[in-house]
Design a protein around this ligand. Structure first.
Ligand SMILES: [Zn+2]
Length: 474
């Protein structure tokens, strides 16, 4: 086929033809619970069998459709097509966050309803990564042979430590340019830095007037905790339950309690959200601590609760830690209190995750956390695996070409590239951006119960990716 003829491809119409096949494949991917499962890790499956199975499923599609595929140590793999030495990369992931609670349907059964594809991973990132795969398949099915090789690289640990994708960049040559179909449209050319801290607290077996027996909230550092559970040893369960009911009247969380032989158990429910913008969620854990602060606890429990309530509650810009900071281009520093985990005998930890623009360092954040937690006897540890801010020049052809295609296909002619707090795989490439797949105005349900993506949006995404892979590799 000559290049002149290729311009005639109606990408949207082509994508429409793949709808049934795409949804059938998506169904298979969603059916695999691919959240990180290191409790079942083996030498063969270092992240547990789930993530590897989902990767294998992607590669199986590639083999079925006649592409070259490679599986690297069951933690990352790629599907390859085209000519040339250098390559263009699309970086997606097959792992998901855990299903969590609150679903109306089975999270592992793809449900098509009211134009939505519902299920864990439909939006983050099985749906978009598979759309990129079908973009590549469209090229192949049209006999288009890229002059810059294309690799669709599939990670299996995006939601936690990026173990697989980091391994890929250790053992494989860097791509020339690329994008990650793992965020939103139009395009992200800047990403904040990302650093996580654990603030640890000692336990104490001595009881107090009230004793904090346990306090748990949150599953992951990059999610706003939806639920919080507390167990208290106390003689005044009635008083606490009355106050609890009063408290719930004035806050955006719901709750239940249960009086026990030794005291009381409390549960709160807020709203989960992605940790890169904690304002979109309601942190059940910090609300719980704020309620508990009304009471006197054993010394260790008091310190634990006090630090959360005084320094971390309802403060996504970390003002109370003295960390309020904004960069003109990259925006605000943000903080998510992702995990709260305490027991009287073991002590506790609070996991805080920060997204920071250029102009502030992890060392500065660490210092402020230390200064502010010392009074509560907290010990701060920084996860050494942090990420620096990432920025690609808006005039780089990777940005301008993708923006042009996006504008042309959607008719959104005034769209501009943006900077976000989420760390995407885009940052792993010097000239890497994130491109799709959540459209402006579409509901963001990533990491939440009832995750979905509109089927028409997924097809539009496929169409945009098809043209993008074509234009950037011809
Ligand atoms: Zn993702």
């Amino acid at each position: 086929m000559k290049k002149g003829e290729l311009k005639m491809i109606d990408w949207k119409k082509e994508a429409e033809k793949y709808k049934e096949a795409y949804l059938a494949d998506l169904k298979e991917l969603v059916a695999i619970d691919s959240s990180r499962d290191v409790e079942h890790a083996t030498d063969e499956f270092p992240l547990g069998p789930g993530p590897a199975k989902a990767l294998e499923k992607f590669l199986e599609f590639g083999n079925r459709d006649g592409f070259t595929t490679h599986n690297i140590e069951n933690i990352v793999g790629y599907i390859e097509y085209g000519n040339g030495k250098e390559y263009f990369a699309a970086l997606g992931h097959a792992d998901t966050v855990p299903a969590g609670k609150g679903w109306d349907t089975n999270p592992f059964e793809l449900m098509l309803k009211d134009g939505k594809a519902i299920g864990r991973g439909t939006s983050d990132d099985k749906g978009p990564a598979l759309a990129a795969y079908y973009g590549l398949k469209m090229l192949k099915d049209h006999g288009i042979m890229p002059n810059l090789k294309v690799r669709l690289i599939i990670g299996t640990d995006e939601e936690t430590n990026w173990t697989g994708m980091k391994r890929y960049f250790e053992v494989e040559p860097d791509p020339k340019i690329g994008f990650s179909p793992d965020a939103e449209f139009p395009l992200i050319n800047g990403e904040k830095g990302n650093v996580t801290f654990e603030t640890k607290f000692a336990g104490d077996t001595k009881d107090g007037e009230n004793t904090l027996v346990s306090f748990k909230a949150g599953l992951k550092e990059n999610m706003v905790p939806r639920e919080a559970e507390v167990e208290i040893k106390t003689d005044t369960a009635d008083l606490i339950s009355t106050k609890f009911e009063e408290y719930l009247l004035n806050v955006p969380v719901t709750g239940t309690y249960e009086v026990t032989p030794t005291g009381i158990k409390l549960e709160m429910i807020g709203k989960a959200a992605h940790g890169m913008e904690p304002k979109n969620g309601i942190n059940a854990g910090t609300y719980m601590a704020t309620f508990l602060k009304e009471f006197t606890f054993d010394k260790a429990g008091q310190n634990f609760v006090g630090f959360i309530a005084d320094k971390l509650h309802d403060d996504s810009r970390a003002t109370k830690l003295g960390l309020q900071f904004t960069d003109d281009i990259m925006g605000d520093l943000t903080m998510n209190v992702g995990i709260i985990d305490y027991s009287q005998s073991q002590g506790g930890l609070i996991n805080t995750n920060f997204r920071f623009p250029k102009g502030i360092t992890p060392a500065k954040i660490e210092q402020q956390l230390k200064d502010n937690s010392a009074y509560y006897r907290g010990q701060v540890e920084m996860n050494p695996d942090y990420m620096e801010p990432h920025f690609v020049d808006p005039k780089d052809p990777i940005v301008t070409t993708l923006m042009d295609i996006y504008k042309e296909q959607t008719g959104q002619t005034v769209a501009e590239p943006e900077v976000v707090g989420g760390g995407t795989y885009g940052r792993l490439m010097k000239r890497g951006v994130a491109f799709g797949a959540l459209f402006p105005g579409a509901e963001d349900t990533m990491h939440q119960a009832n995750e979905f993506q509109n089927v028409n949006d997924l097809l539009m995404t496929m169409s945009i990716y098809g043209q993008s892979l074509y234009e950037l590799t011809k």
